[in-house]
Design a protein around this ligand. Sequence first.
Ligand SMILES: CC(C)(COP(=O)(O)OP(=O)(O)OC[C@H]1O[C@@H](n2cnc3c(N)ncnc32)[C@H](O)[C@@H]1OP(=O)(O)O)[C@@H](O)C(=O)NCCC(=O)NCCS
Length: 313
Amino acid sequence: MSVSVRLLREEDLAKADRVMRLAFGTFLGLPNPMDFTGDAAYIRTRWRAEPSAAFGAEVGDEIAGSNFAANWGSVGLIGPITTRPDLWDRGIGGRLMQPVMERLEQWGTRHHGLFTFAHSQKHVGLYQKFGFWPQFLTAIMSKPVAPAERSSGLTRFSDVSNTERQRLLEDCAEVTDAIYEGLDLRAEVRAVTQQGLGETLLLWDAGRLAGLAVCHCGAGSEAGTGVCYVKFGAARPGPRASTHFRRLLDACEQLAAEKNQSRLVAGVNTARHEAYRHMLERGFRTDLQGVAMQRRNEVGYNRPGIYVIDDWR
Ligand SMILES: CC(C)(COP(=O)(O)OP(=O)(O)OC[C@H]1O[C@@H](n2cnc3c(N)ncnc32)[C@H](O)[C@@H]1OP(=O)(O)O)[C@@H](O)C(=O)NCCC(=O)NCCS
């Protein structure tokens, strides 16, 4: 079998999307594997955000799998990786890991991580070959959206001018840098704005940015119909982090209500113990549990006292 790996092109996206749904749906045992994630989208959104980090494997002239890298400044993430189920265990997944690892090296990202299924020895084994080690569980949680008033001290990124957006992006980078040196979510904020995937919420305290939440909403985004998905949320570290985190969750729920979404989805690594507990206390329940695997077994920002929502899927 001859396999070649190359950058995905726009005309490959529909095929790569079908492989992605079939692969996850088959692995998870869905009655109709193609129903996986409904009308939520990963392949097209990630390709559009960073086409130089979207790779496809070709067998014959068919796309047989894909893999992606995300650049979060000093942090580089891998996935989603998928290969066609009839070709599993023939080395294609390993081949798709290689260019993604190279891309992370080229970017100079320092901390590398991924989310995977904790119960699968195959998944853990595959990533371990590339230097990733399993650490804490990541809980993908959700709660029903309750109606709520818009709170004060909040800016919506889509409401401000282009000039002001530049300044706000700097503020976001400053908050994330305080969480983990060089952590930078500007690419995700831009992707949401440019592709119309949802909204970025900015929370203020005494004139200073106290938190941010990058949210996907509805069909065609990573959320899907009826869902507001917090792709990344963070409160500035410090004595008021816990208060800001609660306000941030309020703001996400308000956004979801305003956009007529019925569920709020947010993932958290359980090593961020206080953040995880806050979410449980607030009524979030775990729908899917995976494990964060981290290169060189480094902890990164998965540690107590860090008020961050993300799941690295
Ligand atoms: C996960 C997935 C991408 C792997 O693709 P693949 O083409 O089957 O992967 P490969 O054949 O390259 O690698 C399989 C590796 O699994 C590992 N493995 C398999 N069984 C194992 C076990 N019991 N213990 C440890 N490692 C094991 C081996 O390292 C093997 O590599 P090797 O060929 O060098 O021995 C594919 O199964 C898939 O699409 N799954 C559904 C979607 C999904 O779960 N994606 C990943 C989300 S994190």
